[in-house]
Write a protein that binds this ligand. Structure first.
Ligand SMILES: NC(=O)c1ccc[n+]([C@@H]2O[C@H](COP(=O)([O-])OP(=O)(O)OC[C@H]3O[C@@H](n4cnc5c(N)ncnc54)[C@H](O)[C@@H]3O)[C@@H](O)[C@H]2O)c1
Ligand SMILES: O=C(O)[C@H](O)[C@H](O)COP(=O)(O)O
Length: 371
């Protein structure tokens, strides 16, 4: 089998080289001229798999994307050609949960508020939204959830509308897919009118897709109301986000909320399993995660916002990445993404809890715990 893959996919060689002839290219460079012999194409979010790419790939039988989002794939064109495809739902949800929790703690500490006293809204409660919900519930934060699709499917709530979240929440975090049209469209879900409904001093976090917020309208709203606090991981026009929006954002990162070594390997494993349809054994995560375990350390006596932030920063330091990202612009968006490929999840840190209550909380936050 001829395989063409994005060179930044994790565990590419051990997983896919045994399956055939494997070529690897930078994801943004994969183009029609590379496709003549390709039977299996493995991509990330930066390769557009559209009708023109598919027209140049007469032998293509499988497309896999090691991501949750599928907005870079033309699913209708794939189905018209009868090409099997797979994505990697949930692979990086824990990393997104960790990014959002750390962003919330930073915003809370900067504004002199306790996270536990805030009401937070989650828009889109699938894999990543649920990872956020689990963490916030464990910390005793009041959370309002908005997911009209799950609500319509009869999933147990309570559910709230987006307008209710905008009216009632101190902070809102977005976890919806980018959907271009139809009744469930999410492009510019937060447009000028909705942004104006954010309460005084409200926090807005986006780790979904940049296009879910009208970026121009956001620049205008933040200029009009500097009290709003923005934590943005995703941008319109990546890898060239609007410079004025980066400058205005209180926390800015280069689409790395979901970047963790564990998440990247999980994504590759899911594609291996889908491509081979279980006919070749897919290894377990631990077999590919060649990372030394750190010795266990005592958890802080009190889990206040400052000590929680300190624990999360031991694994990944969001404010430091914010600084490095700003320093790398205008050209360094992809370079900063690449620099984050080896980020670990909180499970890489083993803690000794002081009691069973703390054990429950730290476990929900994703840390490994001593027996
Ligand atoms: N920044 C990153 O690194 C990163 C990482 C992972 C995912 N993402 C993005 O985040 C998106 C969500 O990821 P996920 O794993 O949670 O996906 P998911 O499919 O598990 O969940 C998405 C949820 O959004 C809900 N939804 C859809 N339209 C909605 C609307 N208009 N209002 C409210 N809810 C709506 C769906 O019902 C679903 O429950 C992905 O599609 C991807 O684009 C970004
Ligand atoms: O959709 C996803 O899963 C995320 O946006 C993912 O983190 C994107 O990562 P990349 O395509 O750069 O590997």
């Amino acid at each position: 089998m001829n395989l063409l893959a994005d060179e930044n996919m994790a565990a590419l060689t051990p997983l896919f080289a045994p399956l055939g002839r494997l070529r690897a290219l930078p994801g943004r460079d994969i183009s029609a001229t590379d496709m003549a012999d390709v039977e299996a194409l493995l991509v990330r979010s930066v390769t557009r798999v559209d009708a023109s790419l598919l027209a140049a790939a007469p032998k293509l039988r499988f497309v896999g994307t090691a991501t949750i989002g599928t907005d870079h794939l033309d699913l209708a064109a794939l189905s018209e050609r009868g090409i099997r495809w797979a994505n990697a739902p949930g692979c990086n949800a824990e990393a997104v949960g960790e990014w959002v929790l750390q962003a919330l703690l930073v915003l809370a500490l900067r504004s002199g508020r306790a996270l536990r006293d805030c009401t937070l809204g989650i828009v889109g409660v699938g894999n990543t939204g649920s990872a956020v919900l689990r963490r916030l519930k464990a910390l005793g934060v009041r959370v309002l959830c908005c997911d009209p699709l799950r609500q319509a499917a009869g999933d147990s709530g309570p559910w709230f509308s987006l307008d209710q979240l905008l009216a009632q929440c101190d902070g809102i975090t977005l976890h919806v897919p980018l959907v271009e049209g139809g009744a469930n469209a999410t492009r510019a879900l937060l447009d000028q009118q909705r942004l104006a409904q954010l309460g005084e001093g409200a926090w807005l976090l986006n780790a979904s897709r940049g296009e879910v917020i009208d970026n121009r309208a956001l620049v205008a709203e933040k200029r009009r109301r500097p009290d709003l606090k923005l934590a943005l991981d995703v941008w319109e026009q990546e890898p060239l986000p609007m410079p004025e929006l980066v400058e205005l954002a209180d926390i800015a990162t280069p689409h790395i909320a979901g970047y963790s070594l564990e998440g990247k390997i999980r994504g590759s494993l899911m594609l291996h399993c889908a491509l081979t349809r279980g006919q070749v054994r897919t290894p377990a995560l631990a077999e590919l995660l060649d990372a030394p375990a750190k010795p266990a350390e005592a958890a802080p006596t009190t889990l206040d916002d400052q000590s929680l932030l300190g624990l999360l920063q031991q694994v990944f330091d969001l404010e430091r990445e914010d600084e490095r990202f700003r320093a790398a612009l205008p050209g360094g968006f992809d370079a900063r993404r690449k620099a984050n490929l080896a980020r670990r999840e909180c499970s890489a840190l083993t803690l000794r809890p002081v009691d069973d209550t703390q054990r429950t909380v730290l476990s929900a936050l994703g840390f490994s715990l001593t027996e």
